[in-house]
Design a protein around this ligand. Sequence first.
Ligand code: NAD
Ligand code: IPM
Ligand code: MN
Length: 356
Amino acid sequence: MKKHILVIPGDGIGQEVTTWGKAVLEKIGQQGGHEFTFDEALMGHAAIEATGTPLPDETLEKAKASDAILFGAIGHIKYDNDPTAKVRPEQGLLKIRKELGLYANLRPIMLFDELLGASSLKPEILKGTDILFFRELTGDVYFGEKKRSDDRNTASDLMIYHRYEVERIARKAFEAAQARTKRLCSVDKANVLEASRLWREVVQELAKEYPDVETEHMFIDNAAMQLVKNPKKFDVVLTANLFGDILTDEASQIAGSMGMLASASVGDGTGFFEPIHGSAHDIAGQDKANPLASILSVALMFEISFGLKEEAARITSAIDKVLKDGYRTADIADAATDKSKILGTTAMGQKVLEYL
Ligand code: NAD
Ligand code: IPM
Ligand code: MN
């Protein structure tokens, strides 16, 4: 199979971890059967510095011309602490999601048994958890009209959903539920928000087309609580953009760390594969970031964009073996970890390549 992949490292640890996602792609290419070609492009703070804009036209053109995109993370502390900045790294990510029609963000909560002790939650609560989040990605309060009054004292972001936007992601989630344990939980705030009432209405209507799927509706506040109380009760979780953003960072603690959660953003065209974490200013440039989320994002690319299930499984199994042999990055180490096996980003990336 011949595929052209655009790599967008972005900022901070995005650059560090993407090196290893790409290295895994290269290694699988060298192992035979597939030819992967690469291009690289700027986004986020790196792009603002070089071109003045967080998503240069060139990046978008390269993205549209590729078969899949491997993205790292964007963000810079300068903007986090300056709410008045008009041009911001995050705008690049939001724009590329919109331009590529990436309306469905799949965030699997995959739990490696070896990491049961790495979580802040009790192993007996976690064991056996396997959740697939469908986070809507191109609507909601993220893309509704933003306003600030002339006196700067009033601000608003419009939470808006159209029926077709709810319907298309809900269909994907129902189809995934059919292929899994046939349970779907739709999370909203329909007791308060009109956009959520539309969401619930649409999901209820669609549920009639999937009678084999057991559909449940839950309010976001309750879902946030249930997720740590009894994560096993969830299988496919369908939710809106903002709720999904927050719930999946919370759910990363089930898998042990933000550094373990990969994601696939899909929709109308080229698939976009990204860890759920950000540029992590607190550890950037220190060779501390866990590269496994980026490497697992490559496994999702193989499975979802290329239909290469065997290669995807090879990646997951290499990670599993690395963990079984006791190797950890600092974020997933626990009291039982042999200190000499706590690796930096580079050594962990190399370990996975070695086991692949
Ligand atoms: P973050 O995800 O960058 O970091 C949150 C915490 O998780 C930090 O303590 C960090 O050290 C840790 N962490 C994250 N990834 C890790 C990894 N691979 N290995 C080990 N530890 C890891 O979130 P934040 O601190 O709220 O945001 C930092 C910047 O990133 C902000 O500018 C934000 O806008 C941006 N951001 C970007 C994305 C993205 O590009 N998709 C996602 C979230 C945040
Ligand atoms: C994510 C991030 C982004 C989001 C930000 C950086 C725009 O938190 O990918 O989860 O909120 O979608
Ligand atoms: Mn997020």
